[in-house]
Design a protein around this ligand. Structure first.
Ligand SMILES: Nc1ncnc2c1ncn2[C@@H]1O[C@H](COP(=O)(O)OP(=O)(O)OP(=O)(O)O)[C@@H](O)[C@H]1O
Ligand SMILES: [Mg+2]
Length: 231
């Protein structure tokens, strides 16, 4: 499959529902758009959270350099073969909350897959299942994968149990973003406002700083060689 525009392909995946896949997909889209990038979002979730967000909001549809579409349910190969024909910088894929073969294949194929998780045992168990399936597929097809956990909706004060869980994650094989995304209304209002945290008329600097810090980490994951060369 050729990728003439060298687009980066980031998927958002977890079998667990409600962990923030769609929310963080949109927050990252906003940061990329604010940085002048072209973003194409593909909504592969049958709930169509992002596709509806876009379709229902004139504000969202007026955002320059952003396109949103629903992913197909069949003929996936043709779809992915032609995905790169439109010039774009980033393809963001919001995946269904499942461990289906299609979900795992798309997640493993992405340049980077982000699994949001709350600091809670059930979310981390599901993140581990995702990582496990992706690594198995990657081993079978001989393709390296980039899979990173994003701790999301972190409360402003962390309990000892939550700290212990973070330590446990850090001692496991799961890779995580060092930046934590806290529970903030700037993120939860994305859907009702029809705009993105970075493009909202009233911005929350703390929310933007968190996403900007994630983007720095994303940059070093996607382009480690270039960053080392520039150093
Ligand atoms: N950092 C955050 N701060 C505040 N609210 C958040 C945050 N992240 C997510 N939420 C809220 O949590 C809910 C679930 O988020 P979201 O829909 O993004 O999860 P999801 O993983 O995409 O769910 P699904 O599996 O149903 O697709 C939403 O109401 C969203 O506004
Ligand atoms: Mg969703």
């Amino acid at each position: 499959m050729s990728n003439p525009h060298n687009a980066k392909f980031i998927s958002f995946a977890s079998p667990k529902g409600g962990v923030g896949k769609s929310t963080t997909c949109l927050a990252i889209a906003g940061a990329l758009l604010a940085a002048g990038k072209r973003v194409r979002i593909i909504d592969f979730d049958q709930t169509e959270t992002i596709n509806r967000w876009y379709g229902d909001s004139d504000t969202a549809q007026a955002i320059p350099n952003l396109t949103v579409e629903k992913g197909p349910t069949d003929n996936l190969k043709d779809y992915f073969d032609h995905l790169w024909e439109t010039a774009t910088d980033y393809v963001l894929i919001d995946l269904a909350g499942s461990l289906s073969d299609v979900t795992i294949a798309i997640a493993s194929f992405a340049t980077l897959t982000i699994t949001p998780a709350k600091v809670s045992e059930p979310d981390i168990i599901e993140a581990n299942k995702m990582a496990d399936k992706m690594h198995r597929l990657a081993a079978r097809i001989g393709k390296p994968i980039n899979h990173v956990i994003l701790l999301n909706e972190v409360p402003s004060s962390i309990s000892n149990d939550e700290l212990a869980l973070i330590t446990q994650i850090d001692q496991s094989n799961l890779r995580r973003f060092k930046t934590l995304i806290h529970r903030r209304s700037a993120f939860s209002k994305t859907f009702s406002r029809g705009t993105l945290p970075h493009l909202a008329p009233q911005q929350d600097p703390k929310a933007l700083a968190e996403i900007d810090a994630i983007m720095l980490e994303v940059g070093s994951i996607l382009e480690p060689a270039r960053q080392k060369a520039a150093a």
